[in-house]
Ligand binder design. Structure first.
Ligand code: NAD
Length: 263
């Protein structure tokens, strides 16, 4: 059962497309007002998403920012407080994937993956917590991990390490901010048919001598529920984590993968 919220503003990063877009649409349907973030290169995509979600009748604003940049994240949260008067839910969804063997991963690529996937989540978590503590009344902080936060995919070792880091960060943040009434949890999708998996499929197929589409097919054979995930599967979990129904849950990284792995 989904509890409809009242007077809540949720900020979703990486909301221009994919899982972030589905989360934004679902949170609007649940009754949250929204701040949608993406990088400036995807400004048009973000505005299209915002226009679509405004048809829900909720207040929807946008904030272009690179989540790996401390000053930009600070400004994004400040803009949220100015435009909406509060921040109740932070969904640190933005992330990037790279498919490279460890021995071919250079420091630049390592740093790029960590900067967006782990530093970006750290910055979004901490700036959101500062705002929530200042305004009072608690809040919900939610991050994008992955099933690779429990068992890595080969050739995605740096990506897996970044998501493993999000799981640890989520636990530490939950411990530190429980006294402020802030819960901190992460979602761990499996194989979701988005632009990210188009890239992973293309690279894995090349590495393993397969045609495009074959890597996705091969990895999908491990899904017990028998289909590739859609972004809305993940959005349903985030809807719960953003709602009062999850008030007694914190520090968890929850797999939503159709039964690839079991905790
Ligand atoms: P996607 O590539 O389709 O969308 C990601 C969005 O994030 C894009 O709009 C992109 O522009 C934005 N973004 C990238 N870097 C950013 C930055 N520095 N600042 C702000 N925005 C940025 O990816 P997706 O499949 O929708 O994935 C969303 C999240 O879910 C990611 O964190 C990803 O790692 C995680 N995830 C995805 C899958 C999957 O199978 N697709 C599985 C597990 C976890």
């Amino acid at each position: 059962m989904v509890t409809t919220v009242s007077s809540s503003t949720a900020l979703v990063t990486g909301a221009g497309r994919g899982i972030g877009k589905a989360i934004a649409a679902r949170l609007a349907a649940d009754g949250h007002d929204l701040v949608l973030n993406d990088v400036s290169q995807n400004a048009d995509l973000l505005e299209t998403t915002a226009e679509e979600i405004r048809t829900s009748g909720r207040k929807v604003t946008t904030a272009l920012a690179d989540v790996s940049d401390a000053a930009q994240v600070k400004e994004m949260v400040a803009k949220t407080a100015t435009d909406h008067g509060r921040l109740n839910v932070m969904v640190a969804n933005a992330g990037i994937a790279r498919v490279t063997s460890l021995l071919e991963t250079d420091v630049e690529e390592w740093d790029q993956v960590m900067a967006v996937n782990l530093r970006g989540v750290f910055l979004c978590y901490t700036e959101a917590a500062r705002q929530m503590i200042a305004q009072g009344g608690g809040g919900k902080i939610i991050g994008a991990a992955s099933i690779v936060a429990y068992r890595p995919f080969a050739l995605l070792s740096h990506y897996s390490a970044s998501k493993w880091g999000v799981r640890g960060l989520t636990q530490g943040a939950a411990m530190e901010w429980a006294k402020h009434g802030i819960t901190v949890n992460a979602y761990c999708p499996g194989i979701v048919g988005t632009a990210m998996w188009d890239l992973i499929d293309q690279k894995l197929a090349a590495e393993e001598g397969m045609q495009r589409g074959e890597a996705l097919k091969k990895y999908s054979e491990s899904i017990h529920l028998g289909r590739v995930s859609v972004p809305e599967d993940v959005a349903k979990l985030v809807s719960y984590l953003a709602s009062p129904d999850s008030d007694y849950m914190t520090g968890q990284s929850i797999m939503i993968d159709g039964g690839i792995q079991f905790s």
